[in-house]
Design a protein around this ligand. Structure first.
Ligand code: NAD
Length: 298
């Protein structure tokens, strides 16, 4: 089984490294230093996206979003033209069905197929090979790709969601929900703290109430209270995910009023601090309200 892997960023580097332990892998990224690191880990360098796809049974893309996917798959040196009959293109990026359809439309008679297979688990999960995958596409392609997916992820958490695009949809729902909870959680923490309640007592009360969330239970306690705004997922990707979710709402006819507002809150943080950690909107609220959400534990 020959693998092509394109996009060796924070997530892709760990995923490609795990694959290269079990399979011959050809890797490509626009950053030569990222390719070099993988070569040192046992992969072969490809000079273009097309070269990574040539002769591969499975090509995995792990790119920022729709724009980069269309560029990698369709533009000069594009991988789609190099995919052979019977090959499977797995897009593990958090993206949209639109981009995948554009690529498929450009090659209507191609003998290859595609799976949308975005992930959760972050950089630690990518390095450890314990990612969760949400997979959209034909069941037979999911079955054929399972061995490769389970080399990057936890076999018990590789879910065949349904038809093409349903994997992307689940991922967008998860991220939209999380980034709504970040703002909701930050607002109540800032409110209670500024009004004079000890942050530890407030946090304890919230996490044992109907107002709790995974953000409050995990991310606030483990990262935010220590001043860690979680750099491994950058704000530009947060904005991309919320935008894609709001676009999906527009296209299927679901009003996403709170989400549209929350998108602007995260955008303001991106404009203020640059493309840093995913929780920087909380820092902005802390600075605006004059509160510090630092806590060393009970
Ligand atoms: P990243 O920005 O660290 O990596 C993206 C990589 O793609 C970079 O190495 C970049 O050089 C490369 N790239 C960009 N354009 C390219 C092109 N035209 N040709 C070849 N390579 C190109 O991003 P990431 O954090 O690894 O995230 C990748 C995807 O995974 C995104 O869709 C993101 O939303 C999703 N995701 C990220 C996390 C996380 O915790 N970071 C978690 C789950 C899902």
């Amino acid at each position: 089984m020959q693998i092509g892997f394109i996009g060796l960023g924070k997530m892709g580097a760990g995923m490609a490294r795990n694959l290269s332990v079990r399979f011959p892998v050809k890797v490509y990224d626009t950053r030569p230093e990222a390719v070099q690191e993988l070569v040192e880990a046992g992969a072969r360098a490809a000079g273009s996206a097309a070269e990574a796809a040539e002769g591969a049974d499975i090509v995995v893309t792990m790119l920022p979003g729709p724009q980069e996917i269309e560029s990698v798959m369709l533009q000069e040196g594009g991988a789609a033209a190099a995919l052979g009959t019977g090959a499977i293109w797995i897009d593990a990026s958090s993206s949209s069905l639109d981009a995948m359809e554009q690529v498929k439309k450009a090659y209507p008679d191609a003998g290859w197929t595609a799976l949308d297979a975005p992930v959760t688990g972050g950089v630690p999960g990518a390095s450890a090979g314990t990612l969760q995958f949400f997979v959209g596409g034909e069941r037979r392609d999911y079955d054929r790709a399972f061995d490769v997916l389970s080399t990057m992820g936890d076999p018990k958490r590789i879910v065949h969601v349904g038809g093409q695009g349903t994997g992307y949809t689940v991922k967008l729902c998860l991220n939209l929900g999380f980034f709504l909870h970040v703002i909701a959680g930050a607002e109540v923490l800032a409110l209670g703290t500024k009004a004079g309640v000890d942050l530890g007592v407030l946090h304890e009360a919230l996490t044992h109430s109907g107002a709790s969330s995974a953000f409050l239970e995990n991310d606030a306690a483990q990262s935010l209270f220590a001043g860690d705004y979680k750099e491994y997922f950058r704000l530009a990707l947060v904005l991309k995910d919320i935008r894609l979710a709001v676009d999906l709402g527009r296209s299927v006819g679901v009003p996403l009023e709170v989400s549209a507002l929350v998108e602007q809150i995260h955008r303001r943080a991106l404009l203020t601090y640059g493309d840093g950690g995913q929780l920087l909107a909380v820092r902005q609220l802390e600075e605006t309200a004059g509160v510090s959400l630092r806590h060393t534990g009970s």
